[in-house]
Design a protein around this ligand. Structure first.
Ligand SMILES: Cc1ncc(COP(=O)(O)O)c(C=O)c1O
Length: 470
């Protein structure tokens, strides 16, 4: 077959050489990124002003005073003030190969050769097909039966599309089920699914949601019974009215609480008997446990009807079963993703699949073990400083000091100033979480992070005792 013009372009010796030079220059400049660094005095004032302006223009101060310079190496990232931070939150779980990873840079270089920046409903290039099929293949590897994949631009849109699909199938059902403490995104409908009153203050009610208590590891046996009782109650009160139940198998924003297979199965059995679709939100969990999907980790493959992914996949997606296939008019978007999100997403998935991340001895399990061992050691030496560890795989959390939001926020800011990016999760207690970039973090990074964490905990604990709080 004759080469396409695009293939001749991509293999033009000038393009090949440009890519080689780009990768060589990247590696040369990355060499100078060799550790956490404070900001440069001459950049400080301008940087602080930019952080203030950015907060002002978006009508909300930045959660972390972070403006990236555009270059990083592994878990290290250079900021626009010349400082270098160790990033253990990765944009809340987006940059799982860290910063300026050569395979991602190369994938984005490929994207620059494309004719279009954004791909969408009417015009898609081959990556959209490859990514969709790869996601389906990964999802079905251990027994799920998902046949379709619709790409989209955000986790919220992936969930919106999933809900529309479930509602259309169950018409005229008009209610949803979701877990207490769950998070599903910030659209109008998802603000109702997300169990946070402050995230929906001032918003009109859109869809009615009935909540089920999540697994409580302090009372495992009672957990299942309580959840089943709540579910039976909702089904009896509103017969035939529920289209789907939204499952986050590890509550992410809620504070990294994971359920158990024994807890999920009876709920899912009951939902199946009632003909209610099971939507698994993998937007935060995908790629972080011992299996690509957390439903595979928990062995729930036969139950899943719809699955959403996002964050580390770069392009987001709704995967669903044949019997849920919506009418052609129901889901459609001008943008499904940028070309670079598609090429980078593919590169990341291929890296994860081929890179030894999954399985009981995989990198994700090793990272969990390394963090949990160090957190346990810290908790043993300073029992009043932290409770934990909590979380599953590369979703790692602990509760600092009194578990208040103020203390957790103070620790996040102190850690950031000292060079480690982490974030909070949950409310009561408010935890510190790491979404560890598994494809980037090194043992040396982890040692450094814990040295800084111990110092910062001492500072925040000292400040708290000065103020008279325990
Ligand atoms: C479980 C879960 N669902 C949905 C979302 C929404 O994704 P996005 O912020 O990309 O809209 C998030 C984001 O944090 C999430 O953690």
């Amino acid at each position: 077959m004759k080469k396409l013009l695009s293939e001749s372009f991509a293999s033009d010796p000038r393009v090949v050489e440009a890519k080689r030079l780009l990768m060589e220059a990247l590696s040369d400049h990355q060499r100078r990124l060799d550790g956490i660094r404070p900001s440069e005095a001459e950049r400080r004032a301008h940087y602080e002003e930019s952080v203030g302006r950015l907060g002002k223009v978006r009508a909300r101060p930045l959660a972390l005073p972070y403006i990236g310079s555009g270059l990083g190496k592994g878990a290290l990232v250079e900021l626009a003030d010349g400082s270098v931070k160790l990033d253990l939150i990765s944009g809340i779980g987006v940059h799982c190969l860290g910063h300026s990873h050569p395979e991602v840079v190369e994938a984005c270089f490929q994207a620059t050769l494309h004719d279009i920046v954004m791909q969408g409903n009417l015009q898609q290039n081959e990556e959209a097909l490859t990514l969709s099929e790869l996601l389906l293949e990964m999802a079905n590897r251990t027994g799920a039966d998902l046949t379709h994949c619709f790409l989209t631009t955000s986790g919220a849109m992936a969930n919106e599309n999933a809900l529309k699909i479930a509602f259309q199938k169950a018409h005229p059902a008009d209610r949803l089920l979701a877990f207490e403490g769950g998070f599903a995104g910030r659209s109008l409908a998802l603000s109702q699914v997300t169990d946070r009153a402050d995230y929906r203050r001032g918003l009109p009610g859109t869809v009615e949601v009935d909540y089920i208590p999540f697994y409580n590891s302090d009372r495992p046996d009672q957990s299942t019974e309580r959840a089943l009782e709540a579910l039976r109650g909702h089904l009896a009160r509103h017969p035939g009215r529920h289209a789907a139940m939204c499952f986050e198998l590890v509550l992410g924003e809620g504070g990294f609480y994971e359920g158990r297979r024994e807890f999920f199965v009876p709920l899912m059995d009951l939902l199946k008997r009632a003909g209610i679709s099971i939507l698994i939100d993998e937007i935060q969990t995908f790629g972080r446990t011992e299996q690509p999907f957390s439903f595979q980790h928990f062995g729930l493959d036969p139950y899943v009807d719809l699955v959403t992914v996002g964050k580390l996949t770069q392009a987001c997606a709704t995967l669903f079963k044949e019997e849920l296939k919506p009418s052609a008019e129901l889901v459609s978007q001008t943008f499904i993703a940028s070309t670079s999100a598609l090429t980078a997403g593919l590169a990341i998935l291929k890296h994860l699949v081929g890179g030894g991340y999954f399985g009981p001895e995989g990198k994700n399990a090793q990272i969990q073990e390394q963090f949990h061992t160090r957190l346990t050691d810290l908790a043993t030496r300073h029992p009043s400083w932290i409770k934990g560890p909590f979380g599953l795989g590369t979703m790692i959390a602990f509760t600092p000091l009194d578990g208040s939001k103020e203390t957790a926020r103070a620790l996040v800011q102190t850690l950031f100033t000292e060079g480690v990016a982490a974030y909070t999760a949950g409310e009561k207690p408010c935890r510190i979480r790491f979404l560890v970039p598994a494809g980037a973090v090194t043992l040396e990074d982890i040692d450094k992070a814990f040295e800084i964490l111990e110092r910062c905990l001492a500072t925040v604990a000292g400040d708290a005792s000065e103020k008279g709080t325990p």
